[in-house]
Design a protein around this ligand. Structure first.
Ligand code: BTN
Length: 318
């Protein structure tokens, strides 16, 4: 039905009324409206005018691996790109194809089973976002891997620019809501990492979110009122990531600590830390040299390391 509606809108010279569409497609006007709403959430700009109907003003620009490639200034990051129109999860693709070359970037236009942190899902509709996973083969120990997530957060923030901040450890937030999330997974033996998959999701041109997400989620489009070229943004994240990653592998997190702290929206906020059923409340005061969140609680100062920890603001999402 989605394709049929797009076909009608694409072939129309002006507005098409909801009534006409419902008649031609054999569905109710309410059903037409529901499909239109879904298309809008995928990044299609569809004007609706009372007594006239619907008009497709702008279709989302496609992701093109060759365009991304032409915009890269990296040595090895994303020099190999595996693009697919639709997949369950790009993190799963990267893990399945972990024998691929170091720095391979897996991108999909849509994920049907996108994964978030702490076993949650990640909404990944077609056409409107960036769903991508980097395959990395760093020579560092397993306990240093969380730093990759932190520097990926810096890379995303730098690429987005503007008011983008980081809610510790790795949610990118704008206007108090989440615009991007990072999920890092690894395969390792006791002392040796065999590979790392750093999955990055960015809500780019999403016009609207389902009700259950709208309080916490946002997109670049919602925050700025304009559409972004996903190819440019993918390349910008990769171009920012490579020098950060090389620096991190060589010198650890410390050189990036000050920048991370400046970008971190959690600092000076009251936070609730939820870990394996227990809860702790305090004020986030600093980022330590390994990227841990230093929190002042009634029982003293504690440093929270990322992992199976959820941090919630007391007065809102951040
Ligand atoms: C989170 O904040 O919970 C992390 C979200 C990570 C989403 C990205 S989208 C690309 C990659 N593939 C996945 O299945 N998840 C990550």
């Amino acid at each position: 039905m989605r394709e049929k509606i797009l076909n009608i809108l694409n072939n129309a010279t002006g507005y098409v009324s909801g009534e006409e569409m419902s008649r031609d497609l054999g569905i109710s006007r309410a059903a037409v409206w529901k499909h239109i709403k879904k298309l809008k959430s995928e990044g299609y700009k569809i004007e609706s005018v009372t007594n006239k109907g619907y008009r497709l003003a702008e279709a989302p620009k496609e992701i093109s691996p060759s365009t991304v490639d032409s915009l890269l200034n990296t040595g090895f990051i994303a020099r190999s790109i595996q693009y697919t129109d639709s997949t369950a999860s790009t993190n799963e693709d990267a893990k399945r194809l972990a024998s691929s070359v170091d720095g391979t970037l897996f991108i999909a236009d849509r994920q049907t089973a996108g994964k978030g942190r702490l076993g949650r899902g990640w909404e990944s509709p077609r056409g409107s976002g960036i769903w991508m996973s980097l395959l990395l083969k760093p020579e560092i120990s397993p306990n240093e891997i969380s730093g990759i997530t932190l520097i990926a957060g810096i890379a995303v923030c730098r690429a987005i620019g503007g008011s983008a901040k980081i809610k510790w450890p790795n949610d990118i937030v704008m206007g108090g809501r989440k615009v991007s999330g990072i999920l890092t997974e690894m395969s390792a033996e006791v002392e040796r990492v065999s590979y790392v998959v750093c999955g990055i999701g960015i809500n780019v041109n999403t016009a609207a979110f389902p009700p259950e997400l709208s309080e916490k989620a946002t997109s670049l489009y919602v925050e700025t009122g304009r559409s972004f070229d996903r190819n440019k943004l993918i390349a910008a994240v990769m171009n920012e990531f490579e020098p950060l990653y090389k620096g991190f592998i060589k010198n650890g997190f410390e050189p990036f600590r000050a920048e991370y702290r400046d970008l971190c929206a959690s600092i000076k906020r009251e936070v609730r830390i939820i870990s394996r059923g227990s809860e702790m409340i305090g004020t986030a005061i600093d980022i330590d040299k390994n990227g841990g969140l230093v929190v002042m609680t009634a029982a003293g100062t504690v440093t929270v390391t990322s992992g199976e920890v959820s941090v919630r603001g007391i007065y809102g999402y951040i």
